[in-house]
Write a protein that binds this ligand. Structure first.
Ligand code: B12
Ligand code: SF4
Length: 441
């Protein structure tokens, strides 16, 4: 079969992110003829995609919907607005092809997207390296293939949650199907992703990752991870990668083994990834730096015991401040911290604790505090926080914004104090209006 996999167009020019999900899927479709296209690096995103569709005449068109919106109040952009017109244009250029959709954002709102876009024939929920080949080679009925949304008698039906893939059974991503040169100028901006594992067993109140990748950690053998990085370096000249793992340094032993393997094989690639301060150790920091880690991204979110508890964090006030001690001692490493400005039920105490922590961090790390952010939580489906704020039930309909005004309402920005609320509103409006937009000039 001729298959065309397309990353959805974001709707504006941003520093690109190579479509890891599609590269990983394509690696499991060896029995078929496969092309991947990313309109976000094309000169004319829509026209070039249509031209390719008309020229290639695919039997199957697979579209990846990765993001709904930026989830960033300083840059509130709704990618989803551009998705349906894009689907319609592609469908018009290949009316006979089977049209399938998947991706993280699709998996957060599958029923809603299927219902509002009749052009989509099948939707793939969650990871699809096992389910897509089953679908393509199907001998049994569609009901037998897990993870699929399909239509029957005017209704959208779901075949049930797919099994999680074992990471060592995955083939390495088929990067050769992409024009990797297009991403190289942006590697310092996290353009190329490598998976060390999937899943997160922690339970932060706002987070979609356990829903999307599972609440059990599935690790890939360190030797395979490092081999994938070496291939990126040797075949495509990639000098920096971003670990897409929910938390790179948990379980710590796995992270240590990847670092050791990077050092042993002397891989000249720098990297960064999401970290959890609770699992940082001095040994890890020093090995990670030696192995090429440039920046440790941390999201403690709150700075008081009560705030951390409400946010469901594994972080403790002690581990938060200890992380600072470790970064201060290891004079070569950079850290970036994210905090939320509004946490349900809290007022000044958490805010002041965060401000104090950041003053201390700037004083102790200087410019090695590479970044800090005060952001607002974008409420997402299937999260404890959405249930707490909106009550029990399925909130997907309310959490899928159809326009920018609706998106605006999804940022949680209420505190217990009236005065703080006024200041937060000012901060929010100023950030929204004057914040740095993630666009290419
Ligand atoms: C790592 C990560 C990043 C890294 C990516 C690094 C890199 N170079 O790859 C960085 C930090 C750069 C990043 C950036 C952003 N991210 Co991000 N990111 C993730 C994360 C944690 C993992 C994504 C990933 O690569 N997974 C591994 C691959 C293999 O899985 P996958 O892409 O899901 O693909 C599988 C399936 O979805 C499916 N599939 C995918 N496409 C298709 C297509 C078809 C046809 C089929 C059948 C199946 C299918 O099969 C694939 C293989 O199993 C997800 C959360 C999560 N756990 O999914 C958020 C997530 C996708 N990101 C999100 C967001 C918002 C963003 C940003 C917009 C943030 C910002 N303001 O900059 C940008 C967008 C960047 C861009 N241009 O697309 C949100 C999207 C939700 C939303 N509300 O829109 C998520 C879900 C996190 C969240 N907040 O809940 N991200
Ligand atoms: S925020 Fe990070 S640590 Fe917390 S549940 Fe999500 S992925 Fe896991």
């Amino acid at each position: 079969m001729r298959i065309l996999l397309i990353q959805s167009y974001l709707g504006r020019r941003e520093p690109p992110v190579a479509p890891l999900g599609l590269a990983s899927l394509a690696a499991h479709l060896q029995k078929h003829q496969v092309k991947i296209v990313d309109p976000n690096v094309a000169r004319n995103p829509l026209a070039d995609t249509i031209a390719l569709v008309e020229d290639y005449q695919p039997d199957i068109i697979g579209l990846s919907l990765r993001n709904i919106d930026t989830t960033n109040f300083r840059d509130p952009f709704l990618y989803y607005e551009f998705f349906h017109p894009y689907v319609q244009a592609i469908k018009r250029s290949a009316p006979g092809a089977i049209f399938i959709v998947g991706g993280s954002a699709f998996s957060l709102f599958p029923q809603q997207i299927m219902q509002s876009m009749p052009e989509i024939d099948f939707g793939f929920h969650l990871e699809a390296e096992l389910t897509l080949p089953l679908f393509l080679n199907r001998s049994a009925g569609i009901e037998q293939i897990p993870g699929v949304y399909y239509r029957s008698s005017g209704e959208t039906r779901y075949t049930g949650r797919p099994e999680s893939v074992s990471m060592d059974e995955l083939n390495p991503p088929a990067w050769e199907l992409l024009d990797m040169a297009a991403y190289l100028p942006y590697t310092s901006r996290v353009a190329i992703g490598v998976e060390g594992k999937r899943g997160c067993s922690l339970k932060c109140a706002y987070c979609t990752y356990p829903t999307l990748s599972g609440s059990q950690v599935r690790a890939k053998s360190p030797s395979r991870v490092v081999q994938e990085i070496k291939t990126l370096r040797e075949k495509f000249g990639v000098d920096r990668v971003f670990f897409t793992d929910c938390v790179f340094n948990f379980p710590t032993e796995h992270a240590l083994d990847i670092c050791r393997e990077m050092i042993r094989q002397n891989v000249p690639v720098r990297w960064s990834g999401y970290h959890q301060d609770r699992f940082l150790t001095r040994e890890y920091l020093s090995l990670a730096k030696q192995a090429g880690c440039e920046e440790f991204y941390l999201s403690p979110d709150a700075a008081t015991a009560q705030g951390l508890k409400i946010m469901g964090k594994a972080t403790t006030v002690k581990s938060l401040h200890e992380s600072l001690d470790m970064f201060a001692e290891n004079r070569q490493v950079k850290a970036a911290y994210n905090f939320f400005a509004a946490i349900p039920g809290l007022g000044w105490s958490n805010m002041l604790a965060v401000v104090w922590f950041l003053i201390k961090a700037r004083w102790r790390l200087g410019r090695r505090l590479a970044r800090y952010k005060f952001s607002y939580i974008r409420l997402e489906p299937e999260t404890p926080l959405a249930r707490e704020v909106l009550g029990d039930g399925d909130h997907r309909e309310a959490l899928l914004p159809r326009n920018r005004r609706q998106l605006d309402r999804l940022f949680y920005r209420r505190s217990r104090s009236l005065l703080l609320n006024l200041l937060l509103e000012l901060h929010y409006q100023l950030g929204k209006t004057f914040g740095r937009k993630n666009v290419l000039k």
